[in-house]
Unconditional design. Structure first.
Length: 214
């Protein structure tokens, strides 16, 4: 598909964490830890939708989750396989029927992905299909809200922040209401939204916690 080709060129130069992991992973772990405690060890299965270079998957494997995932970036999957060869991370996209390919999971993460997608509704539907009834999804994306948008404009950073020349970069800019609307439209219940990195009004990202109804 043209949409898959458009996002497959996102480049990963290494298998290391990105700077965003410093504020995303503590929040993700804070949500996943109590979930893991109520699951049998054999049931601690998690899907990483947009796994990039595999660094998030590797961190969560260390927390006793069995992780599978996909990413359309060929360089990302190459880094993932080179650095984490025992984790099942494959080339693919949210525009495919991933549930038919991988099955369903009690937990799913998708970190800093949805802002890159031309068709976020297909992404949300794919994510919902990957979840078991009662399953939990954690979705992060850069946060936007009135005060932060105003601060960007006043500081003269509008062109840098909304840079249209960034190849394979951000093309959708989400607020709490719009991200909530997206997830609800896919049949998911949004339980809470964390704002992480900086003070909440100027947060770098947000992490939505959503559940598939039983």
């Amino acid at each position: 598909m043209k949409e898959t080709a458009a996002i497959s060129g996102y480049h990963f130069a290494s298998g290391a964490h990105s700077p965003s992991h410093t504020y995303l992973l503590p929040c993700v772990r804070g949500e996943l830890t109590p979930l893991a405690k109520v699951l049998h060890p054999a049931a601690r299965r998690l899907f990483d939708l947009g796994c990039g270079n595999g660094s998030t998957a590797a961190a969560l494997i260390g927390d006793d989750w069995t992780v599978q995932g996909i990413d359309p970036s060929e360089t990302g999957i190459a880094q993932a396989r080179a650095n984490h060869p025992r984790i099942d991370l494959q080339t693919g996209s949210a525009y495919e029927d991933l549930a038919a390919r991988f099955g369903v999971f009690p937990a799913l993460v998708s970190l800093e992905v949805v802002e890159h997608l031309y068709d976020p509704r297909s992404f949300a539907r794919c994510m919902a299909k990957l979840l078991e009834p009662g399953g939990t999804a954690l979705i992060s994306t850069p946060y936007h809200g009135y005060l932060k948008n105003l601060a960007i404009a006043v500081s003269g950073r509008t062109d840098a922040h909304f840079n249209p020349l960034w190849e394979h970069g951000h093309i959708k800019f989400w607020s709490v209401p719009t991200l909530t609307q997206l997830l609800k439209g896919a049949g998911l219940e949004v339980l809470r939204v964390h704002r992480v990195g900086r003070v909440p009004a100027l947060a770098k990202s947000m992490v939505a916690v959503a559940r598939k109804p039983t």
